[in-house]
Design a protein around this ligand. Sequence first.
Ligand SMILES: [Zn+2]
Length: 214
Amino acid sequence: MENIAPTASAGPFTLGRENLFVGGRLSLDFINTRCERRGVVLEFLTDPDALHRWLIWAEEISGQNLLTTEEIWPEEYGKAVLARTIELRIALRDLALSVVNLLPAPEEAIATVNEALQARPAYRQIAATPTGFEEITITVRSGDQWLTKIAEDAVDLLCHSDPGLLRQCDCPTCVRVFYDNTKNHKRRWCTQKCGSAPKAATYYRRMMAKRKAE
Ligand SMILES: [Zn+2]
């Protein structure tokens, strides 16, 4: 699989804003920036510009402040951070799949996520108020705070959410992961497209069986 040159499209199927955010969580959408469609590896983060674009979309969709509005994206920064971005994505995918497959979490993945979390240290301050005191947490902003926020979302997901609702798409040729936020917790597919192909096949088989029986 790895020897196939990753691309952002497989025939008429292209990874875009409309189908990149199906994970229900920032960290899962981030993992899904590399996925597969019918055996073809689809990579959205092919270059620093694509990463920047994804972050802008992720900000709009998640409502989270990932980049500062005035933040510029120097070419050198983008190039330098892309490798670390991919490293974090591999670690988060390994962790997510360990949950899905009920396997022990890989230590290396934990270490990579912890490293990303350290990039945004916070310290406490105290302030006097008219009625007493107030504790304020100051976050030291770093250029990589968006990487940390993605890692923090994964911490929230893995530590404080229901692991049983973290799933991988049921479509055998799809590798996307999602968090099932639906009321009845019966979500099986990452997108309608993934769900409709097997459904259509089942329907066809049923129709044929019915015709034979008649
Ligand atoms: Zn799918």
